[in-house]
Design a protein around this ligand. Structure first.
Ligand SMILES: *Cc1c(COP(=O)(O)O)cnc(C)c1O
Length: 359
C-alpha cells in the first residue's frame, strides 16, 4: 500500500466546520428546536400533496433548468428570466457566487459576526476573508466595510437582516454604501429573512438591484416558506452574474420535489405569509418579554433574537437544554434563539427570567 495520500488543496486546511443547529433531544420530555431558524409550522397540506405526487417520479432527473419555477419567480418578482438563477438553498447559490468571482489573492468582505457559511465558502475558494466588526449595536458597519475595499475585493456580503443578530441596515445608509462600491465589485444582499421584516425603512433588495448591475439579491424558500429540508433558493441579478450562476450550478442540483414544492408555496403565499405574521407577533412578545425582564435585546427583524451573554453563553444554553428548548450558542459571544412555537417561546422566556434573577 502506498505511503502517500491524495494531494488536497492547502486552502482546505483549517476551514471552520458548519455547525448545524442541534436537534431537539429525543426521548426526554417534549423538546423544541430553536437552533436553526426553521419555520415551526409543518408543511401546508396542499404543498404536501404536490410533493407526494412528485415523489412518484424520482427515478427521473429533475428539470435541470427549473423552467416552471423560474417562470413563476419571474412573474412574482417582475424580473426577466435572464436575471434569475436557482440553487441548492441560498447557501448553494452564495457558494456559486464566490466561485464565479473570487479565487486565491482575491478578497471577500463581510460583517462579523454574521452568517457562518461566509467564512467557509470563502476559504474553500482560496480567497481571503475580510471580516469587518459589527458596530457596538450589533449592526453592519457599512462605512468601515466600504473603507475595507481594495483592488483585490471581488465580492461583499450584506446580510440583511443579519444572522445571528437580527439587526438591519436601512435604505439611506445602504444606498450610500452602494454608491461607494466600485462597479466591478459584486454586492450580495442576503435576504434570507426578507418576509419577516416589518420596518418600512428597510429596502427591498429587488428594488435596489434594478438599476445597479453589481447588486445580486439572494432569497430562499427555507425560512418563511418552510422548505428548509428541500434545499432551494435563488438569486436575482443582472445578466452576466445570473449567467455565471447558471454556469457554476451543479447539474440537476435542485430536485423535482424542491421545484414543485417551491411553486406550490408561491401559489400558497397568502397562507404562508399569514404564518409569518403570527411568528412576527410571537417575535414581538418574546422581545418585549425579555426587555421586561431587564435584558438588552437588539432590534430584530428576523425570526430569531440575539442575546449577548459573553462568558455566560454556554451555561445559558445548557439551562435551555435542560428545560427542553435547544438554542444556538456562540461560545464567548451570545446565543441566537429562533422564534418558534408559542410553548417553546414560553419555555425560553422562563429560562431567561430565571437566569436574569441569578445575575
Ligand atoms: C438560513 C440562511 C440562509 C438560507 O440557507 P438555505 O441554504 O437557503 O437553506 C441564507 N443566508 C442566511 C443569512 C441564513 O441565515
Amino acid at each position: 500500500m502506498s505511503e502517500t495520500s491524495p494531494k488536497l488543496r492547502a486552502e482546505l486546511e483549517g476551514i471552520p466546520t458548519y455547525k448545524p443547529g442541534k436537534p431537539a433531544a429525543a426521548g426526554g420530555p417534549v423538546a423544541y428546536k430553536l437552533s436553526s431558524n426553521e419555520n415551526p409550522y409543518p408543511p401546508l397540506p396542499g404543498v404536501m400533496e404536490t410533493v407526494t405526487a412528485a415523489a412518484c417520479t424520482f427515478n427521473r432527473y429533475p428539470d435541470m433548468a427549473c423552467t416552471a419555477l423560474m417562470n413563476e419567480l419571474s412573474d412574482r418578482f417582475g424580473v426577466p428570466l435572464s436575471h434569475l438563477a436557482t440553487g441548492t438553498g441560498s447557501v448553494g447559490v452564495a457558494q456559486q457566487l464566490i466561485q464565479a468571482t473570487s479565487g486565491p489573492g482575491d478578497e471577500v468582505i463581510y460583517a462579523w459576526r454574521s452568517f457562518e457559511a461566509y467564512p467557509i465558502i470563502t476559504q474553500i475558494s482560496g480567497a481571503t476573508s475580510v471580516q469587518v466588526p459589527l458596530t457596538s449595536g450589533d449592526v453592519h458597519d457599512l462605512d468601515a466595510m466600504a473603507d475595507a475595499i481594495t483592488d483585490r475585493t471581488r465580492l461583499i456580503f450584506v446580510c440583511n437582516p443579519n444572522n445571528p443578530t437580527g439587526t438591519v441596515v436601512r435604505r439611506a445608509e445602504l444606498e450610500r454604501f452602494l454608491d461607494r462600491v466600485p462597479g466591478d465589485v459584486l454586492v450580495v444582499l442576503d435576504e434570507a429573512y426578507r418576509e419577516f421584516i416589518r420596518d418600512p425603512e428597510v429596502p427591498d433588495g429587488v428594488e435596489l438591484y434594478r438599476d445597479r448591475p453589481n447588486v445580486c439579491v439572494l432569497r430562499t424558500f427555507s425560512k418563511a416558506y418552510g422548505l428548509a429540508g428541500l434545499r432551494v433558493g435563488f438569486a436575482i441579478a443582472h445578466e452576466p452574474v445570473a449567467a455565471a450562476l447558471r454556469k457554476t450550478a451543479v447539474p440537476f442540483g435542485v430536485s423535482q420535489l424542491a421545484q414543485e414544492a417551491a411553486i406550490a408555496s408561491l401559489r400558497a403565499e397568502d397562507e404562508l405569509l399569514g404564518r409569518v405574521g403570527s411568528l412576527v407577533c410571537e417575535r414581538t412578545r418574546v422581545v418585549d418579554g425579555l426587555r421586561a425582564q431587564g435584558w438588552t435585546v437588539p432590534e430584530t427583524q428576523a425570526n430569531f433574537v440575539w442575546l449577548r451573554l459573553g462568558e455566560r453563553t454556554v451555561p445559558f444554553a445548557e439551562a435551555c437544554d435542560q428545560a427542553g428548548v435547544v438554542i444556538r450558542p456562540f461560545p464567548g459571544e451570545g446565543v441566537r434563539v429562533t422564534v418558534g412555537e408559542t410553548e417553546a417561546n414560553d419555555i425560553f422566556l422562563k429560562v431567561a427570567e430565571g437566569f436574569r434573577k441569578e445575575l
